[in-house]
Design a protein around this ligand. Structure first.
Ligand SMILES: Nc1nc2c(ncn2[C@@H]2O[C@H](COP(=O)(O)OP(=O)(O)O)[C@@H](O)[C@H]2O)c(=O)[nH]1
Ligand SMILES: [Mg+2]
Length: 259
């Protein structure tokens, strides 16, 4: 198996994970790189990319619902746990392919991906060079409180998965350019974010200097990038960050293989 890195795309349902996997894959192809799509969502009905490896070959949400007599919510939990059982199968599938990046489309239920044990097993076991792309919803990111909520989620994700993490503001075409600029400046200057908190919500005080430092370190280790999968914008910026984090990846692989 050879790949520069395996990236998990996580974030709220509907944030644009699957579409971003499709867009980034297309962009990589245009640059003559190879991005291989891995679908980890057993509940996906249709996908905007063709998955080289697809967990639905092993089980689907519908099958789990029928087999265990569960509704969709209970079945999602079982599905999250079943991912760990498929680790070996996923490894075998990955062993058979060479590519530059593996783009793993995670299920929409971020909290299950973060809090269940099975995804941990997967993230730790599948590749020695793993990164996390965490998606920020554009409409939620428009208000300071909504943006902070997502920083907290990103911080929790980074605590759970201590691997390089890349925060991405999705669907930037749905925002005014000034809104995008404002959100990006909040990310690069959290004091500005604190200043923009409406005093009535009392959130300015909640955001102590210490909390801002924690968010900076955990959620914004890497610069926030704005992308639009619809317009194909921002792919280059995202790629540049990922590439610089994993530069020297080949040396690392040689190192790992030597042991
Ligand atoms: N305007 C716009 N819509 C998008 C963009 N990316 C995704 N969407 C739409 O957002 C919805 C959810 O996208 P999807 O990729 O399925 O989200 P997921 O649940 O996170 O995988 C779909 O209707 C997409 O067409 C984008 O960059 N711009
Ligand atoms: Mg999806």
């Amino acid at each position: 198996m050879r790949h520069t890195a395996l990236l998990y795309f996580i974030g709220p349902a509907g944030a644009g994970k699957s579409t971003l996997v499709a867009s980034l894959q297309e962009w990589l192809t245009l640059q003559r790189f190879e991005g291989l799509a891995l679908n980890l969502d057993p509940g996906a009905e249709t996908l905007p990319y063709s998955a080289a490896i697809d967990v639905r070959e092993r089980f689907t949400l519908r099958e789990v619902m029928a087999e265990y007599g569960l509704g969709p919510n209970g079945a999602q939990v079982v599905c999250a746990d079943l991912l760990a059982i498929e680790l070996e199968w996923l490894q075998q599938e990955l062993d058979g392919v060479n590519c530059d990046y593996v783009l793993a489309d995670a299920p929409g239920q971020t909290e299950l991906f973060l809090y269940r044990e099975a995804p941990q097993v997967l993230v730790r076991g599948l590749s020695p060079r793993t990164g996390l792309v965490i998606l920020f919803d554009p409409l939620l990111s428009r208000t300071p409180a909504g943006f902070v909520t997502q920083l907290l989620l990103a911080a929790a994700a980074h605590l759970r998965f201590p691997v390089p993490m890349f925060p991405v503001l999705t669907k930037s075409d749905l925002l005014e350019p000034q809104e995008v600029d404002r959100i990006l400046s909040w990310a690069s200057d959290l004091e500005l974010l604190r200043g923009d908190m409406p005093p009535a919500e009392g959130m300015g005080e909640v955001l102590s200097g210490e909390l801002l430092q924690v968010l900076q370190r955990l959620a914004l280790e890497s610069q926030l990038v704005a992308v639009s999968s619809q317009e194909g914008e921002g792919m280059e910026d995202l790629y540049a960050l990922v590439q610089s984090a994993f530069a020297g990846g080949d040396d690392l692989e040689a190192h790992v293989d030597a042991h």
